[in-house]
Design a protein around this ligand. Structure first.
Ligand code: ADP
Length: 459
């Protein structure tokens, strides 16, 4: 059902009201019904008491000594709400009846010995009838008294009650629906206002924030939540711009350097050794561009969930040796030493390419941020299946430590303003480690170095 929100509220409230009204009416009807019939039954009982005081028994026979006033006044009238009387003997033969019965008979149950009330129709009139056994002093049933009383008033009351309900019910529901729809419409007016404001916003324009409603209710809460979300989007947008600028800068720096080197080279003919040295420089710059592009590719693959892993046993020592070889010229440039203290036979379960990226990032950071003549140590802790990777570089300030695995997070490292930095390295490293079942912990002290612990959970 495609109803507006306010109409939906009105619709469901009206259904709830209809059910409530039905329950209330049914209860009222049952109470009125039982009260009116109780009233009729009480009348019949009063009549019965009076009659029994005038019925005598002699041995097993019945003696009627009906009071003349009683006979005259009540039971001769045939027209307006009469009271009908009838007495039958123990065989069911009518031995007395009031004149208003006009030779007709009241119905009675075959069994004489039961006191009961029931509804019957007599000469087209609905009557309430009571029947009572007549019992001698010795306890023998010698007849039955039947008393009938008109139900006209009771039926009138109940019919009026029903009709009133049938007319009032749809009218009340209609009125209720319109009223709730109006109230709902006024209640959701602030939401409509929010929609109007939100429609004017787009990615480049999320200012100003949504106006806060006057009352501190759920709509107020919703508005503050949306405003907080917009705030986060705004921060993210600014960060994204900053990141684009950073990455462009990181790519441009090696490109400018490559261009400069090549321009210098072509100015005049040079010795083969000079060509070789310049070519090496260019290769290093291309490597750093390759490194950034690689990071961006991994980021895209992680974001799309399109990263397949194939775990196999890997010799940790071999992999670290090969990574050290790749970084050899940078290590030499900074007079740094990388020690690998890992038994040849130490195996870890991991994806070759992904683990290479993880360890490569650690080496890259240790070299980038490390001090001249600094040291890097890689040790294998057999008992805990943990690789300890530590450097004696500048360390990470405690305030930055909880954030270093966040995407694009860069902490200021004194003296490292010229290093290539995207803030992606540790984020990618952590993601790749997680999917391979490697738990990463970090310890760092300013000016004392940084330690990374790689715990291979599935080894
Ligand atoms: P980046 O591309 O900036 O190196 P990372 O995610 O690899 O990004 O590192 C996040 C931050 O953590 C870096 O900006 C740096 O400040 C700090 N950091 C990471 N490794 C080291 C380390 N070995 N020594 C000192 N600081 C480090």
């Amino acid at each position: 059902m495609n109803l507006h929100f306010k109409n939906r509220i009105a619709f469901f409230s009206t259904i709830a009201a209809a059910i409530t009204m039905l329950v209330v009416f049914a209860t009222v009807y049952v109470v009125v019904y039982s009260t009116t019939y109780k009233y009729l039954d009480n009348n019949i009982l009063e009549e019965k008491d009076e009659l029994f005081s005038q019925i005598k028994t002699e041995g097993d026979s019945l003696v009627l000594s009906l009071n003349a006033e009683w006979e005259e006044l009540e039971h001769n009238r045939a027209e307006v709400d009469p009271i009908f009387l009838q007495i039958v003997d123990e065989k069911g033969a009518v031995i007395f009846y009031s004149r208003n019965l006009q030779n007709d008979h009241l119905q009675f149950a075959d069994s004489l010995n039961i006191n009961t009330f029931f509804n019957v129709e007599f000469n087209g009139k609905k009557i309430r009838q009571g029947q009572f056994p007549i019992i001698t002093e010795t306890g023998k049933i010698i007849g039955q008294l039947d008393i009938g009383i008109s139900q006209v008033d009771s039926i009138l009351i109940l019919t009026n009650l029903r009709n009133t309900f049938f007319v009032a019910f749809p009218l009340m529901l209609l009125f209720f629906y319109m009223l709730t729809s109006l109230v709902a419409s006024r209640s959701i007016a602030p939401i409509k206002q929010l929609i109007l404001y939100a429609e004017k916003m787009n990615y480049d324009n999320i200012n100003p924030r949504l106006p806060l409603p006057d009352y501190h209710d759920e709509i107020y809460q919703l508005t503050t939540t949306i405003n907080a979300l917009l705030e986060r989007i705004e921060i993210g947008r600014k960060r994204e711009k900053q990141i684009t600028a950073n990455i462009s800068h990181e790519l441009r720096t090696p490109l400018t350097s490559i261009k400069g080197t090549l321009e210098v080279l072509i100015r005049k003919t040079r010795e083969p050794k000079q060509y070789e040295a310049k070519a090496r420089q260019v290769i290093e710059e291309v490597d750093s561009i390759d490194y950034i592009i690689n990071q961006l590719l991994y980021l895209a693959r992680l974001d799309s969930g399109n990263l397949s892993i194939a775990k196999k046993p890997i010799r940790l020592n071999d992999m670290l040796q090969s990574i050290r070889n790749k970084w050899q010229s940078r290590l030499i440039d900074k007079h740094m030493t990388m020690y690998i203290d890992i038994p040849e036979e130490s195996l870890v379960q991991a994806d070759f390419g992904l683990l290479e990226m993880v360890l490569g990032n650690l080496v890259s950071n240790a070299v980038k941020y490390g001090n001249i003549r600094g040291q890097i140590h890689c040790c294998w802790q057999k008992d805990s299946e943990t690789l300890l990777f530590k450097d004696n570089g500048p360390g990470i300030q405690q305030e930055h430590l909880p954030h270093i695995f966040e995407r694009f997070y860069r902490a200021d490292v004194p003296g490292s303003s010229s290093v290539q930095s995207t803030g992606l390295g540790l984020y990618i490293l952590k993601m790749l480690a997680d999917i391979q079942g490697i738990q990463i912990k970090v310890n760092s002290k300013e000016n004392a170095g940084t330690q990374f612990f790689l715990h291979f959970l599935n080894n």
